[in-house]
Design a protein around this ligand. Structure first.
Ligand SMILES: [Zn+2]
Length: 194
């Protein structure tokens, strides 16, 4: 779980840094799309690898359901990755993550209803994580604030920068939530089945 979690924290950072570092290339559209795919794979990996440990912990007392949920989330994620790297618009890229987000929302609901396992203090951290990520995606999609003042935000405070800051905050919340869950799991025992 720790390995998945740390890979998840690092992947979008590495993907996005590579994408932006080589943004000054003169190789034309094919290179641009390869770099953009790299950026998207990073985002996909944080969505996938970051959530699998959360699924595992949340359903740790329901082994069959846990295996099915891990499989289902992996399939949804593989489909999401395919859609994200083949999408030709920001809207398409954001849409690729909807099923993963809905899956996580159902998982959090399950925990909130007291049926899932996990630290009682981590749920609001995971919820904040998803809200920040969704907000980041929407800001990037709506092109706010530069749409109100074109040219003014070219270097600072444009929607893409705001999105990256929100995504980093989202990853920090995921990390905090995971730390809570991992500390909690050490002393937890599933109730004996009747
Ligand atoms: Zn970027």
């Amino acid at each position: 779980m720790c390995v998945f979690h740390y890979l998840a924290c690092l992947s979008p950072t590495v993907g996005s840094v590579l994408y932006h570092t080589f943004m000054n290339h003169e190789g034309g559209e094919p290179i641009y799309h390869t770099l953009l795919s790299l950026d998207m794979v990073g985002v996909c990996l944080v969505n996938t690898l970051g959530c699998l440990p959360i699924v595992y912990i949340s359903l740790m007392c329901h082994p069959l359901m846990r295996s099915l949920a891990l499989l289902a989330y992996s399939i949804i994620s593989a489909w999401g990755i395919f859609c994200a790297i083949t999408a030709r618009s920001n809207y398409g890229r954001l849409r690729a993550f909807i099923w993963q987000a809905l899956f996580r929302l159902s998982l959090f609901l399950f925990r909130w209803l007291g049926k899932g396992a996990g630290s009682p203090t981590s749920l609001h951290l995971f919820f904040t994580m998803d809200m920040l990520a969704v907000l980041g995606g929407l800001v990037n999609l709506c092109r706010v604030p530069e749409r109100f003042s074109p040219g003014f935000f070219d270097y600072w405070f444009n929607s893409h920068q705001i999105m990256h800051v929100l995504v980093i905050c989202s990853i920090i919340y995921m990390h905090w939530g995971m730390l809570e869950d991992l500390a909690w799991i050490k002393t937890f025992q599933c109730p004996a089945m009747e």
